[in-house]
Design a protein around this ligand. Sequence first.
Ligand code: ATP
Length: 326
Amino acid sequence: MQTPHPEALPIQAQGLSKTYKVGFWLNRTVRALQGLDLQVGPGQIYGLLGPNGAGKSTTIKILMNLVRPSGGTALLYGQPVDHAATRRLVGFLPENPAPYEYLTGREFVTLAGQLSGLSGQDLDRRVTEVMGAVEMAGAEKLQIRRYSKGMVQRVALAQALVGRPKLLILDEPTSGLDPLGRRQMRDLILAERDHGTTVLFCSHIIPDVEALCDRLAVLVGGRRVREGSVQELVSAQVPTVEMVVENLPLEKVKELGVVLESAQALDGRVLLQVSDADSQRLLGGVLGAGGRVNRIQPARFSLEQLFMDALKNSGRATSVGGEINT
Ligand SMILES: Nc1ncnc2c1ncn2[C@@H]1O[C@H](COP(=O)(O)OP(=O)(O)OP(=O)(O)O)[C@@H](O)[C@H]1O
């Protein structure tokens, strides 16, 4: 039997596409993915960031062999995604985990451990270890139907971790968690990376992506529109300047003929964002028209700005996958 290639990339996908048939007569097609390339190196935390319907879950489902791609290839450690020995190296947290409600948390995680090949004392020790890591030791004897959403998410993470995976694939790991729960989930993911585990996760929560990722891909409408480290992506943005103007209404500012990145009237003031290159012209125009500038400062580069720009540039007023009629 073929074995996983430990020197191969944990994840390598090329030209992935996926169309779903929808509608009562299945006569409409949604293009969930359109030629996606993805490479995740060992020990990285890699984020897929995108709005609702961008194709993040579809990508993850293809990697987990839950959905077949319509085109392209996906490899885990150099092997196809249905390769049994390779799949044992992967821990998976689905988007809406639905564990058996009448099992206790410990029974559920023990079952997952058995399925990943553990037994006897090793299994017992490992279950205790992961239940402790996700801070569920105190509630491990309760049936899952008594758990809160955050507790279900933790126990589902414990089942993903129990088999000591080399690669963790997490679909929206922090969704539905309160700020403390999100923080703890982030710490757990970082701790796994520190143990050498490779992590792929998807999210639309920008601060989580910013806090966790070594690299990320921004997906919009099933396409990868940006890729790189957070630092690379953020510093590649066009520098902009924020200006607060008084004594001049927004309509008059717009008449100055300077391209504004954003403009908002608030409490008798106008908040403006303009490219660095245009800022002097705007300043001159505002002062010349009798306005007063009471603050001017470089805008902080952020992943959020990048994300918004990516959405705007891809021409998507809405974020759902491209639907075509056939
Ligand atoms: N089983 C399915 N049948 C039909 N269309 C689907 C199916 N799964 C996903 N889609 C469509 O494919 C597109 C991409 O969906 P996907 O769930 O991959 O996006 P996502 O980025 O994970 O979004 P979200 O953040 O909302 O989970 C969407 O337009 C969605 O409606």
